[in-house]
Design a protein around this ligand. Structure first.
Ligand SMILES: Cc1cc2nc3c(=O)[nH]c(=O)nc-3n(C[C@H](O)[C@H](O)[C@H](O)COP(=O)(O)OP(=O)(O)OC[C@H]3O[C@@H](n4cnc5c(N)ncnc54)[C@H](O)[C@@H]3O)c2cc1C
Length: 443
């Protein structure tokens, strides 16, 4: 499997053998870039970030842009994810943000994440994107007693400082009304998160840019980026696109030596998902799964899960460290063992799908959406980009056209350098071992 820290580029890569792609045909691909072409804004990467940046540039700012996608739309994380539309905050809690900066900054960041969820909701509704939206509710499940206390405090912090509703559900009520989960100590519930089919959402965005007349070239991997007298020459296998400005939206699929603005400033991490066979209503009752709301736990090495519309259970967590190990079945097997511990009645339930994909993390654990002198990027959603990519795309489009955007750390600082970048994978390996021990032995 393509590994952004090993392989020179993501060209000619197969699609994931996922549950989503088993069900939905991707349709016609746009032709690859041929003949030298030029545009005002070139966008590298055709996932949610790239497509929506193009959409906002074209529709709100009337700017000519051209999206280059290395493979087919449907190759990257935007077609591999679990479909949780939620307010992500990277690894920092809002009280940690208030300590790192101040309460107004934490509130500003919270507002951006809230707007991101509302933005996706609105894009779906106002454009009639049929993406199997499920009931609302994001459950952040406490996996032990200290985490339960932490979630209770987090709910109180959000309510009192941000005036938003965040409910802590006590363990007994959680087991009776939501999930009879054998490793849960109650949950923090946010009422605006929801599940969708990520590929249907992506294809909906693709349709939006095509309707807006944006140029799209699939199977057009940028293999070289040359800057000459204020013009960016993006070289693909077949030809080149010349642009006055560039947005880099390759996210976790960006190869390691691509542009000095982002090289050595992110860590691509594999996330792994399994999907079970459809579960009968009786077995779901027995297992104690009473909700289709999206759920994630508080472990360092988190698990996330949701009941899909056809009553299959999707269960995700960390994957391999190196791309060469990505398809080793042991990662899917580990997830099934974890699922069994949460819901022992599902031990005999078969796994029908198992796949993996790259997410990107920044050294300071938060996304960076940054633009300077006509070159922008958005990276480091840390596994929560289904919603935030929409807000990031909007902010990138605004920034590129000179509009004022909120003065927040998410937007004002470039990605920090990864210390000892050559060793970042070993750092990740060490962190997984630390997380495993901490998750197992903290009560
Ligand atoms: C298994 C998994 C589960 C996840 N679950 C969730 C979830 O439930 N909720 C959530 O919020 N987030 C989730 N995420 C994260 C989420 O999917 C990502 O944050 C989001 O899709 C990122 O979108 P993007 O457009 O920025 O990047 P991507 O969708 O990864 O798109 C990047 C694209 O850039 C292209 N590209 C890269 N380099 C080049 C180049 N040189 N030339 C041309 N094209 C290039 C790639 O081919 C790729 O298609 C998950 C991710 C994974 C892998």
């Amino acid at each position: 499997m393509y590994d952004p820290l090993i392989n020179a580029s993501p060209k000619n890569q197969p699609l994931a053998e996922s549950y989503w792609l088993d069900n939905i045909p991707l349709g016609h691909t746009a032709p690859a870039l041929i003949n030298a072409q030029s545009t005002d804004v070139a966008i590298i990467g055709g996932g949610y970030t790239g497509l929506l940046t193009a959409y906002y540039l074209a529709t709100e700012f009337n700017i000519d842009c051209h999206v280059l996608e290395a493979n087919q739309i449907g190759f990257g994380a935007s077609a591999r994810n679990a479909g949780f539309v939620l307010k992500g905050s990277g690894r920092l809690s809002y009280s940690q943000m208030a300590k790192r900066w101040d309460i107004d900054t934490a509130k500003g960041i919270y507002n951006e994440f809230t707007q991101a969820v509302a933005r996706v909701d609105d894009l779906i509704t106002s454009n009639g994107i049929n993406c199997d939206r499920q009931e609302k509710g994001y459950l952040k499940i406490a996996h032990n007693q200290p985490a339960m206390q932490f979630m209770q405090n987090a709910a109180a912090f959000i309510e009192s400082n941000f005036g938003d509703s965040a409910e802590f559900i006590q363990p007994d009520e959680f087991k009776q009304r939501y999930m009879n989960h054998h490793q849960a100590f109650g949950a923090l519930r946010m009422n605006d998160g929801f599940g969708i089919n990520p590929v249907k959402l992506l294809l909906g965005y693709k349709q939006l840019i095509q309707d807006a007349g944006v140029m799209l070239s699939e199977h057009s991997c940028v293999v070289d980026w040359v800057e000459e007298s204020g013009i960016h020459r993006l070289i693909t296998d077949k030809d080149e696109l010349r642009a006055k400005r560039v947005i880099c939206a390759g996210n976790g699929y960006t190869p390691k030596q691509f542009n000095q603005r982002i090289d050595n400033k992110y860590l691509p991490i594999l996330s792994n998902v399994i999907v079970t066979e459809p579960i009968s209503v009786e077995l779901l009752q027995q297992a104690g799964i009473f909700t289709h709301q999206v759920a994630m736990d508080t472990r360092i090495l988190k698990y996330y899960y949701r009941l899909l519309p056809d009553n299959r259970l999707l269960f995700g967590g960390r994957g391999a460290v190196w791309g060469k190990d990505a398809t080793n079945p042991k990662y899917g097997y580990r997830l099934k063992q974890a699922l069994n511990k949460c819901f022992p009645a599902l031990v005999a339930c078969k796994v029908d799908f198992n796949w993996t994909g790259w997410i990107a993390a920044a050294f300071d654990d938060m996304p960076h959406v940054f633009e300077q002198n006509g070159v922008g990027y958005s990276l480091g959603y840390c596994g929560a980009g289904v919603s935030f990519s929409s807000q990031a795309a909007y902010r990138l489009a605004q920034s590129l056209t000179g509009e004022k955007i909120p003065n927040l750390p998410l937007y004002r600082s470039p990605l920090p350098q990864m210390p000892f970048a050559q060793l970042r994978r070993w750092g990740q390996w060490g962190y997984y071992h630390y997380g495993f021990i901490k998750d197992k032995f903290t009560f």
